[in-house]
Design a protein around this ligand. Structure first.
Ligand code: G1P
Ligand code: ZN
Length: 543
């Protein structure tokens, strides 16, 4: 096999963000751009020789081309074996599982998650380590450092590999195993959940819709819900992954999964609806006439975990990202288990999961998961909800109502201002930071600010420290107002404002969150000066 050392020059924009490197497809298509980044990842893993690499992506535009390049570079960089999902496909949680299941050194997941796909849209690459989880901050820094020093990359020469059938072949000294992207993951779900109880539910009067939004979860959902659990044909909609996701925006929320939301909140609603995102790690849960906020979802799943066979002994602990509502903390206190508050991004849960300190974790951004993999897992969350419905025989609405009556309700909403000019967004954050010292003690939005800070986190397992993780205003009645800039966008900057208010009065549990949080929403707009600095009168997305 011929191996070429190609001379190349560093690109200055290859610093990985919240979840890997995300850029426009046209950026990745520049000569040597993809190759430089892959070489930087490989260089940051000096012990890779002879080891296994898992590879696959969400099927978006440029996935297939990138797979061919990565196979050639893996063969030239001493990897012993690549395990590739057939068709170049793997959902993020399935990739995480395969890394663990086959004892791989890591995996490359090709995805820009829920960002739209197509020639003028987004592409992305994430590296996950041997625990199956996103690369640690120190590894991503090392990748970034390497990408700035790179002068050449190594690539083998061979014809394009046929990736659409399961096969095992040798590429020089490297073995390539192309496997069914779904089977091992579906087997894992079968070990976690009670599939006979779920079959009984789905084959009875219960009606469910799962919208795969033409992204990666289609084949997984068809296999699990329709094939293994026997739900009626048509339960899974938009099941064929398309390179442009059918022109949609596969982010499972009320804005982008509108058809599903309209169905569940309309007159012909089935009992249960769910959707996942581009790469299958996010989830949205809806009941007939009701939306479950992701923060509430984590709390409800934690409170009911024992009805799922894999968690019948109870949970070790739980964790949530800082902007996620404190609903799960209240459940943890009542269960007498530890709870943790981490910065935004799944990578911060990895150490807690590996150390056995937590079993469930989640983020307000439609991410929920457990210790079964090291990524958030959309279908896992759907199966967990179905398990609660099967075991309690209650509706989603009843379950939520009872939860709020028992634990109180954390009203919650996030307002995003997308594609802001970067300097305006920086000015908003700087303005907020400048106010931190004068805000404590002030009475605003009808309550007193107790603490105003920029969130810092010390990892309780390895002691590593992460600073500047978002501006927090904590009020004396438990309310919170949080501001941070997105680390996943590909154009301009996105300001996220998170609003939370704890309500225990049982007569005030079923209000419209946007109305109930109005004072905090107004305060967030005022303090950030978003309208003054950007001219935006309203957020782009409200979740
Ligand atoms: C967003 C979410 C965050 C999630 C990440 C990857 O990151 O807010 O919770 O982990 O996507 O799915 P952000 O754009 O806010 O940096
Ligand atoms: Zn995703």
């Amino acid at each position: 096999m011929e191996i070429l050392t190609q001379v190349s020059q560093a690109f200055t924009d290859q610093r990985p963000g919240t979840s890997g490197l995300r850029k426009k497809v046209t950026v990745f298509q520049q000569p040597h751009y993809l190759e430089n980044f892959i070489q930087s990842v490989f260089d940051a893993i000096p012990d890779r020789a002879g080891k296994t690499l898992v590879l696959g992506g969400d099927g978006r535009y440029f996935n297939r081309e990138a797979i061919q390049v990565i196979l050639k570079m893996a063969a030239a960089n001493q990897w012993g074996e690549v395990i590739l999902g057939r068709g170049g496909l793997l959902s993020t949680p399935a990739a995480s599982h395969l890394i663990r299941h086959y004892g791989a050194r890591g995996g490359l997941i090709l995805s820009a998650s829920h960002n739209p796909a197509g020639p003028d849209q987004d592409f992305g690459i994430k590296f996950n380590g041997e625990n199956g989880g996103p690369a640690s901050e120190s590894l991503t820094e090392e990748i970034w450092r390497r990408s700035q020093e790179i002068t050449s990359y190594r690539i083998a020469r061979f014809p394009a590999v046929e990736i659409d059938r399961e096969q095992e072949i040798s590429l020089g000294n490297m073995r390539l195993r192309i496997i069914d992207p779904v089977r091992d993951y579906a087997d894992l779900m079968e070990r976690i959940f009670d599939f006979s109880a779920l079959s009984a539910l789905l084959q009875g009067d219960f009606q469910m819709r799962f919208d795969a939004l033409h992204a990666i979860t289609g084949p997984y959902a068809l296999e699990i819900f329709e094939k293994r659990l026997g739900a009626p044909a048509g339960t899974v909609q938009n099941a064929v992954p398309l390179p442009d996701f059918g022109g949609g925006h596969p982010d499972p929320n009320l804005v982008y999964a509108k058809a599903l939301a309209d169905l569940l909140l309309g007159p012909e609603a089935p009992d249960f609806g769910a959707a996942s995102d581009g790469d299958g790690d996010r989830n949205m849960i809806l009941g007939r006439g009701i939306f479950v906020s992701p923060s509430d979802s984590l709390a409800v799943l934690s409170a009911h975990a024992r009805c799922i066979p894999a968690y019948k002994e109870g949970l070790r602990g739980v964790a949530r990202s800082m902007p996620t509502s404190q609903a799960v903390d209240v459940v943890a206190k009542s269960l007498g288990i530890e709870h943790f508050e981490t910065p935004t991004g799944w990578k911060f849960f990895g150490n807690l999961l590996d150390a056995g300190r937590i079993t469930f974790c989640g983020e307000e951004s439609f991410g929920t998961g457990s210790n079964h993999v090291r990524e958030k897992d959309g279908l896992w969350a759907v199966l967990a909800w179905l398990s609660i419905l099967a075991s309690t025989r209650k509706s989603v609405r009843e379950i939520l109502r009872e939860h709020w009556q028992h634990f109180g309700r954390h009203y919650y909403t996030r307002h995003d201002y997308e594609e802001l000019p970067s300097d305006a967004a920086q000015a908003m954050m700087a303005g907020l930071q400048a106010q931190l010292t004068v805000l404590p003690g002030q009475h605003l939005a009808g309550r007193e600010i107790r603490i105003a800070d920029d969130f810092s986190y010390t990892d309780p397992v390895d002691g590593s420290q992460s600073n500047h993780q978002g501006v927090r205003l904590l009020f004396d009645d438990g309310a919170r107002l949080i501001f941070r800039l997105s680390g996943t966008g590909t154009s301009g900057a996105t300001l996220r404002i998170y609003h939370e208010l704890y309500e225990r009065d049982s007569s005030r549990l079923e209000r419209d969150p946007q109305r109930h949080l109005r004072e905090l929403i107004d305060l967030g707009r005022e303090l950030s000066r978003v309208e003054h600095l950007s001219g935006r009168k309203a957020p782009t997305v409200i979740t």
